[in-house]
Design a binder for this molecule. Structure first.
Ligand SMILES: *Cc1c(COP(=O)(O)O)cnc(C)c1O
Length: 388
Protein backbone atom coordinates (compact mmCIF):
# COMPACT_ATOMS: atom_id res chain seq x y z
CA UNK A 1 0.00 0.00 0.00
CA UNK A 2 1.10 3.55 -0.61
CA UNK A 3 0.33 6.10 2.04
CA UNK A 4 0.51 9.62 0.83
CA UNK A 5 2.37 12.14 2.99
CA UNK A 6 0.39 15.07 4.34
CA UNK A 7 0.33 18.20 2.18
CA UNK A 8 2.16 19.90 5.02
CA UNK A 9 5.09 17.49 4.77
CA UNK A 10 5.08 17.39 1.01
CA UNK A 11 5.29 21.17 0.84
CA UNK A 12 8.78 21.36 2.32
CA UNK A 13 12.06 20.50 0.61
CA UNK A 14 14.11 17.58 1.98
CA UNK A 15 16.12 18.49 5.07
CA UNK A 16 19.39 19.87 3.78
CA UNK A 17 21.72 17.70 5.80
CA UNK A 18 19.82 14.53 5.02
CA UNK A 19 20.61 15.20 1.37
CA UNK A 20 24.27 15.89 2.03
CA UNK A 21 24.46 12.69 4.08
CA UNK A 22 23.14 10.76 1.10
CA UNK A 23 25.72 12.21 -1.31
CA UNK A 24 28.50 11.36 1.13
CA UNK A 25 27.21 7.84 1.59
CA UNK A 26 27.08 7.25 -2.17
CA UNK A 27 30.62 8.52 -2.71
CA UNK A 28 31.93 6.38 0.14
CA UNK A 29 30.24 3.34 -1.30
CA UNK A 30 32.16 4.03 -4.49
CA UNK A 31 35.35 3.86 -2.46
CA UNK A 32 36.19 7.56 -2.15
CA UNK A 33 37.68 8.96 1.04
CA UNK A 34 35.19 11.76 1.58
CA UNK A 35 35.91 14.45 4.17
CA UNK A 36 32.88 16.40 5.30
CA UNK A 37 33.27 19.99 6.38
CA UNK A 38 29.54 20.25 5.89
CA UNK A 39 27.85 19.64 9.19
CA UNK A 40 28.24 21.45 12.50
CA UNK A 41 28.49 18.48 14.81
CA UNK A 42 31.42 18.62 17.27
CA UNK A 43 33.98 15.80 17.01
CA UNK A 44 35.30 16.43 20.53
CA UNK A 45 33.73 14.32 23.27
CA UNK A 46 31.30 15.55 25.88
CA UNK A 47 33.16 16.50 29.10
CA UNK A 48 33.84 13.48 31.37
CA UNK A 49 32.15 15.09 34.31
CA UNK A 50 28.90 15.28 32.34
CA UNK A 51 29.05 11.63 31.26
CA UNK A 52 29.80 10.61 34.84
CA UNK A 53 26.80 12.52 36.14
CA UNK A 54 24.57 10.86 33.53
CA UNK A 55 25.77 7.40 34.60
CA UNK A 56 25.26 8.16 38.27
CA UNK A 57 21.75 9.53 37.74
CA UNK A 58 20.79 6.74 35.35
CA UNK A 59 21.03 4.25 38.27
CA UNK A 60 18.54 6.18 40.38
CA UNK A 61 15.13 4.62 39.87
CA UNK A 62 13.42 7.93 40.66
CA UNK A 63 14.75 9.06 37.29
CA UNK A 64 13.14 6.18 35.44
CA UNK A 65 9.70 7.75 35.62
CA UNK A 66 8.07 10.22 33.25
CA UNK A 67 9.89 13.53 33.47
CA UNK A 68 7.81 16.70 33.80
CA UNK A 69 7.10 18.56 30.55
CA UNK A 70 8.07 21.72 32.41
CA UNK A 71 11.58 20.51 33.25
CA UNK A 72 13.66 19.34 36.18
CA UNK A 73 14.09 21.82 39.03
CA UNK A 74 17.82 21.10 39.36
CA UNK A 75 18.43 22.01 35.73
CA UNK A 76 16.30 25.14 35.94
CA UNK A 77 18.31 26.30 38.96
CA UNK A 78 21.59 25.49 37.20
CA UNK A 79 20.45 27.40 34.10
CA UNK A 80 19.49 30.40 36.22
CA UNK A 81 22.86 30.35 38.07
CA UNK A 82 24.66 29.98 34.75
CA UNK A 83 22.91 33.02 33.22
CA UNK A 84 23.81 35.02 36.32
CA UNK A 85 27.47 34.03 36.23
CA UNK A 86 27.95 34.04 32.48
CA UNK A 87 25.75 36.96 31.36
CA UNK A 88 24.90 38.74 34.63
CA UNK A 89 21.19 38.20 34.05
CA UNK A 90 18.65 37.35 36.73
CA UNK A 91 16.32 34.54 35.72
CA UNK A 92 13.64 33.08 37.93
CA UNK A 93 14.32 29.33 37.81
CA UNK A 94 10.68 28.50 38.39
CA UNK A 95 8.98 30.60 35.70
CA UNK A 96 11.65 31.91 33.35
CA UNK A 97 13.42 28.70 32.24
CA UNK A 98 12.07 25.79 30.21
CA UNK A 99 14.24 22.74 29.39
CA UNK A 100 13.86 21.44 25.84
CA UNK A 101 14.74 18.43 23.68
CA UNK A 102 17.32 20.66 22.00
CA UNK A 103 16.73 24.11 20.56
CA UNK A 104 15.61 22.60 17.28
CA UNK A 105 12.59 21.17 19.08
CA UNK A 106 11.88 24.47 20.80
CA UNK A 107 12.15 26.46 17.57
CA UNK A 108 9.81 24.09 15.74
CA UNK A 109 7.31 23.99 18.60
CA UNK A 110 7.27 27.74 19.23
CA UNK A 111 5.60 28.02 15.83
CA UNK A 112 2.83 25.60 16.82
CA UNK A 113 2.45 27.48 20.08
CA UNK A 114 2.02 30.98 18.64
CA UNK A 115 1.56 30.95 14.87
CA UNK A 116 -1.87 30.70 13.27
CA UNK A 117 -2.31 29.77 9.62
CA UNK A 118 -1.64 32.93 7.62
CA UNK A 119 0.41 34.67 10.35
CA UNK A 120 3.66 36.30 9.26
CA UNK A 121 6.98 35.28 10.83
CA UNK A 122 10.16 37.27 10.22
CA UNK A 123 13.22 35.14 9.52
CA UNK A 124 16.81 36.06 8.70
CA UNK A 125 18.21 34.84 5.38
CA UNK A 126 20.57 33.01 5.22
CA UNK A 127 19.71 31.13 8.40
CA UNK A 128 19.23 27.82 10.18
CA UNK A 129 16.47 26.04 8.18
CA UNK A 130 14.19 25.22 11.11
CA UNK A 131 12.98 28.85 11.51
CA UNK A 132 11.40 28.66 8.09
CA UNK A 133 10.28 25.06 8.14
CA UNK A 134 8.77 25.29 11.62
CA UNK A 135 6.76 28.28 10.43
CA UNK A 136 5.56 26.46 7.32
CA UNK A 137 4.52 23.40 9.34
CA UNK A 138 2.37 25.62 11.52
CA UNK A 139 0.77 27.18 8.45
CA UNK A 140 2.49 30.55 8.82
CA UNK A 141 4.07 32.69 6.13
CA UNK A 142 7.70 33.73 6.28
CA UNK A 143 9.02 37.17 5.48
CA UNK A 144 12.73 37.25 4.83
CA UNK A 145 15.15 39.72 6.42
CA UNK A 146 18.30 39.67 4.24
CA UNK A 147 21.68 39.40 5.96
CA UNK A 148 24.35 41.00 3.82
CA UNK A 149 28.04 41.54 4.14
CA UNK A 150 27.66 45.33 3.68
CA UNK A 151 25.67 45.25 6.89
CA UNK A 152 27.98 42.84 8.72
CA UNK A 153 25.20 40.25 8.41
CA UNK A 154 23.07 42.17 10.91
CA UNK A 155 19.32 42.56 10.41
CA UNK A 156 18.51 46.03 9.12
CA UNK A 157 15.26 46.98 10.88
CA UNK A 158 14.76 50.03 8.65
CA UNK A 159 14.52 47.69 5.68
CA UNK A 160 11.50 45.86 7.05
CA UNK A 161 8.31 47.12 5.45
CA UNK A 162 6.12 48.79 8.10
CA UNK A 163 2.98 46.98 6.95
CA UNK A 164 4.78 43.64 7.15
CA UNK A 165 6.09 44.52 10.60
CA UNK A 166 2.57 45.42 11.76
CA UNK A 167 1.19 42.04 10.83
CA UNK A 168 4.19 40.00 12.01
CA UNK A 169 3.69 37.78 15.01
CA UNK A 170 7.16 36.45 15.68
CA UNK A 171 10.79 37.01 14.68
CA UNK A 172 13.69 34.56 14.72
CA UNK A 173 17.16 35.96 15.40
CA UNK A 174 20.50 34.17 15.75
CA UNK A 175 23.77 35.79 16.88
CA UNK A 176 26.53 34.70 16.70
CA UNK A 177 24.89 33.27 13.64
CA UNK A 178 24.79 30.12 11.61
CA UNK A 179 25.82 30.05 8.75
CA UNK A 180 27.40 33.53 8.57
CA UNK A 181 29.35 33.27 11.87
CA UNK A 182 28.59 36.96 12.45
CA UNK A 183 28.23 38.25 16.02
CA UNK A 184 26.17 41.22 17.16
CA UNK A 185 26.51 43.64 20.06
CA UNK A 186 24.26 45.18 22.73
CA UNK A 187 23.38 48.12 20.54
CA UNK A 188 21.89 45.70 18.03
CA UNK A 189 19.91 43.81 20.67
CA UNK A 190 18.56 47.11 22.05
CA UNK A 191 17.40 48.10 18.56
CA UNK A 192 15.81 44.68 18.26
CA UNK A 193 13.77 45.04 21.45
CA UNK A 194 12.74 48.60 20.42
CA UNK A 195 11.51 47.28 17.10
CA UNK A 196 9.75 44.30 18.68
CA UNK A 197 8.06 46.49 21.30
CA UNK A 198 6.88 48.98 18.69
CA UNK A 199 5.28 46.28 16.54
CA UNK A 200 4.31 43.80 19.22
CA UNK A 201 6.48 40.99 17.87
CA UNK A 202 7.65 37.99 19.87
CA UNK A 203 11.45 37.70 19.57
CA UNK A 204 12.99 34.22 19.62
CA UNK A 205 16.73 34.54 19.88
CA UNK A 206 18.68 31.38 19.13
CA UNK A 207 21.85 31.44 21.22
CA UNK A 208 23.41 28.25 19.89
CA UNK A 209 26.97 29.62 19.72
CA UNK A 210 27.01 31.92 22.73
CA UNK A 211 30.09 30.31 24.23
CA UNK A 212 32.25 29.80 21.19
CA UNK A 213 34.67 32.71 20.92
CA UNK A 214 38.38 33.11 20.35
CA UNK A 215 39.14 35.38 23.30
CA UNK A 216 37.55 37.47 26.02
CA UNK A 217 36.87 40.51 23.86
CA UNK A 218 34.78 38.43 21.45
CA UNK A 219 32.65 36.89 24.21
CA UNK A 220 29.03 37.20 23.00
CA UNK A 221 26.31 39.01 24.92
CA UNK A 222 22.88 37.50 25.46
CA UNK A 223 19.62 38.83 24.02
CA UNK A 224 18.40 38.87 27.61
CA UNK A 225 21.01 41.55 28.36
CA UNK A 226 18.95 44.00 26.27
CA UNK A 227 16.49 46.39 27.87
CA UNK A 228 12.89 45.10 27.85
CA UNK A 229 14.08 41.76 26.51
CA UNK A 230 11.99 39.75 28.96
CA UNK A 231 8.90 41.65 27.83
CA UNK A 232 9.59 40.99 24.19
CA UNK A 233 10.84 37.46 23.98
CA UNK A 234 12.87 34.41 24.85
CA UNK A 235 16.34 33.03 24.18
CA UNK A 236 17.14 29.44 23.30
CA UNK A 237 20.43 28.36 24.88
CA UNK A 238 21.65 25.05 23.50
CA UNK A 239 24.27 22.86 25.15
CA UNK A 240 24.87 21.06 21.83
CA UNK A 241 27.74 23.06 20.39
CA UNK A 242 29.30 24.78 23.40
CA UNK A 243 29.45 21.56 25.45
CA UNK A 244 29.82 19.02 22.64
CA UNK A 245 26.45 17.49 23.45
CA UNK A 246 24.59 17.36 20.13
CA UNK A 247 23.57 13.73 20.64
CA UNK A 248 22.14 14.30 24.09
CA UNK A 249 19.25 16.49 22.94
CA UNK A 250 19.20 19.08 25.65
CA UNK A 251 18.82 22.84 25.72
CA UNK A 252 16.60 25.35 27.45
CA UNK A 253 14.67 28.50 26.71
CA UNK A 254 14.85 31.48 29.06
CA UNK A 255 12.98 34.78 29.23
CA UNK A 256 9.32 35.78 29.06
CA UNK A 257 7.41 33.63 31.56
CA UNK A 258 4.08 33.74 29.70
CA UNK A 259 5.69 32.64 26.46
CA UNK A 260 7.45 29.78 28.24
CA UNK A 261 4.26 28.78 30.01
CA UNK A 262 2.50 28.50 26.64
CA UNK A 263 5.39 26.60 25.07
CA UNK A 264 5.36 24.24 28.05
CA UNK A 265 1.60 23.80 27.64
CA UNK A 266 2.09 22.85 24.00
CA UNK A 267 4.93 20.48 24.88
CA UNK A 268 2.94 18.80 27.63
CA UNK A 269 0.57 17.66 24.90
CA UNK A 270 3.20 16.24 22.55
CA UNK A 271 6.13 15.11 24.72
CA UNK A 272 6.99 14.29 28.30
CA UNK A 273 10.22 16.09 29.00
CA UNK A 274 13.85 15.03 28.65
CA UNK A 275 15.12 11.98 30.61
CA UNK A 276 15.87 13.37 34.07
CA UNK A 277 19.36 11.84 34.11
CA UNK A 278 20.20 13.87 31.01
CA UNK A 279 18.84 17.00 32.67
CA UNK A 280 21.03 16.36 35.74
CA UNK A 281 24.02 15.89 33.44
CA UNK A 282 23.22 19.17 31.66
CA UNK A 283 23.05 20.90 35.04
CA UNK A 284 26.55 19.57 35.80
CA UNK A 285 27.78 20.95 32.46
CA UNK A 286 26.40 24.42 33.18
CA UNK A 287 27.74 24.42 36.74
CA UNK A 288 31.24 23.72 35.45
CA UNK A 289 31.18 25.65 32.19
CA UNK A 290 34.37 27.63 32.76
CA UNK A 291 36.39 24.43 33.01
CA UNK A 292 35.81 23.23 29.48
CA UNK A 293 34.67 26.17 27.41
CA UNK A 294 38.20 27.52 27.40
CA UNK A 295 39.71 24.26 26.22
CA UNK A 296 37.03 23.89 23.57
CA UNK A 297 37.69 27.38 22.28
CA UNK A 298 41.42 26.72 22.08
CA UNK A 299 40.70 23.83 19.70
CA UNK A 300 38.48 25.95 17.46
CA UNK A 301 40.96 28.86 17.50
CA UNK A 302 43.67 26.62 16.12
CA UNK A 303 41.43 25.19 13.42
CA UNK A 304 39.96 28.57 12.48
CA UNK A 305 43.44 30.00 12.00
CA UNK A 306 44.51 27.01 9.88
CA UNK A 307 41.54 27.41 7.58
CA UNK A 308 42.05 31.18 7.29
CA UNK A 309 45.69 30.62 6.32
CA UNK A 310 44.77 28.26 3.50
CA UNK A 311 41.88 30.42 2.25
CA UNK A 312 44.29 33.37 2.16
CA UNK A 313 46.75 31.30 0.12
CA UNK A 314 43.98 30.29 -2.26
CA UNK A 315 42.84 33.88 -2.58
CA UNK A 316 39.35 33.02 -1.34
CA UNK A 317 37.53 35.78 0.53
CA UNK A 318 35.73 35.02 3.79
CA UNK A 319 34.04 36.79 6.65
CA UNK A 320 36.55 37.06 9.46
CA UNK A 321 34.65 36.17 12.61
CA UNK A 322 35.98 35.07 15.97
CA UNK A 323 32.78 33.23 16.84
CA UNK A 324 30.94 30.01 16.01
CA UNK A 325 32.33 26.82 14.48
CA UNK A 326 31.88 28.06 10.89
CA UNK A 327 33.68 30.03 8.24
CA UNK A 328 31.52 31.78 5.65
CA UNK A 329 33.43 31.88 2.39
CA UNK A 330 32.72 33.63 -0.90
CA UNK A 331 32.75 31.40 -3.98
CA UNK A 332 35.23 32.49 -6.65
CA UNK A 333 34.12 34.53 -9.65
CA UNK A 334 32.18 32.52 -12.21
CA UNK A 335 30.63 29.99 -9.82
CA UNK A 336 27.40 29.62 -7.90
CA UNK A 337 27.30 28.17 -4.41
CA UNK A 338 26.11 24.84 -5.78
CA UNK A 339 28.50 24.65 -8.72
CA UNK A 340 31.49 25.43 -6.54
CA UNK A 341 30.49 22.95 -3.83
CA UNK A 342 30.09 20.34 -6.54
CA UNK A 343 33.46 21.16 -8.10
CA UNK A 344 35.12 20.86 -4.72
CA UNK A 345 33.45 17.51 -4.09
CA UNK A 346 34.36 16.17 -7.53
CA UNK A 347 37.97 17.26 -7.43
CA UNK A 348 38.86 16.79 -3.77
CA UNK A 349 36.12 14.69 -2.16
CA UNK A 350 35.68 17.47 0.35
CA UNK A 351 32.12 18.40 1.29
CA UNK A 352 31.15 21.97 2.13
CA UNK A 353 27.63 23.37 2.45
CA UNK A 354 26.47 25.60 -0.41
CA UNK A 355 25.29 28.95 1.00
CA UNK A 356 22.01 29.01 -0.90
CA UNK A 357 20.88 26.02 1.17
CA UNK A 358 20.29 28.53 3.99
CA UNK A 359 18.18 30.87 1.88
CA UNK A 360 18.56 32.81 -1.32
CA UNK A 361 20.74 35.49 0.27
CA UNK A 362 23.29 32.78 1.00
CA UNK A 363 23.92 32.45 -2.73
CA UNK A 364 27.54 33.21 -3.60
CA UNK A 365 28.89 31.67 -0.39
CA UNK A 366 29.75 28.31 1.08
CA UNK A 367 30.17 27.26 4.68
CA UNK A 368 33.10 25.39 6.19
CA UNK A 369 32.57 23.72 9.54
CA UNK A 370 35.41 23.36 12.06
CA UNK A 371 33.91 20.39 13.88
CA UNK A 372 36.29 17.79 12.50
CA UNK A 373 39.52 16.25 13.85
CA UNK A 374 42.64 18.36 13.16
CA UNK A 375 44.34 15.79 10.94
CA UNK A 376 41.26 15.38 8.75
CA UNK A 377 40.81 19.13 8.52
CA UNK A 378 44.42 19.46 7.46
CA UNK A 379 44.03 16.69 4.91
CA UNK A 380 41.00 18.48 3.45
CA UNK A 381 42.90 21.77 3.30
CA UNK A 382 45.88 20.06 1.66
CA UNK A 383 43.64 18.65 -1.03
CA UNK A 384 42.13 22.08 -1.67
CA UNK A 385 45.60 23.64 -1.83
CA UNK A 386 46.79 21.09 -4.35
CA UNK A 387 43.81 21.32 -6.63
CA UNK A 388 43.23 25.06 -6.86
C1 LIG B 1 23.07 23.50 15.76
C2 LIG B 1 22.05 24.57 15.87
C3 LIG B 1 20.90 24.39 16.63
C4 LIG B 1 20.57 23.03 17.21
O1 LIG B 1 20.46 23.04 18.54
P1 LIG B 1 20.00 21.72 19.30
O2 LIG B 1 19.95 22.21 20.71
O3 LIG B 1 21.03 20.66 19.05
O4 LIG B 1 18.67 21.32 18.79
C5 LIG B 1 20.01 25.44 16.77
N1 LIG B 1 20.24 26.60 16.14
C6 LIG B 1 21.32 26.80 15.38
C7 LIG B 1 21.51 28.12 14.71
C8 LIG B 1 22.24 25.79 15.21
O5 LIG B 1 23.30 25.98 14.40
Amino acid sequence: MIFEESDRLKSIPPYLFAEIDMIIRKKREQGFDVISLGIGDPDVKTPDLVVEELCRQAWDKENHKYPSSYGLKALKIAASDFYKKRFDIDIDPENEVLPLWGSKEGIANIAYTFVNPGDTVLIPDPSYPVYRIGTIFAGGTTHVMPLTEENNFLIDFNEIDKDVAKKSKLMHVNYPGNPTSAPCNMEFFNKLTDFASEYNILVCHDNAYGDIYSEEKYKPVSFLNAKNSKETGIEFYSLSKSFNMTGWRISFAAGNSNVLKSLGKYKSNVDSGVFNAVQYAAAAALENYEEFINENNRIYNRRRQNVWDILDKLGLKYYKSFNTVYIWVKVPEGYTSASFAKLLLDRTNVVVTPGNAYGKHGEGYFRISLTIEDDRLEEALDRMKNVF
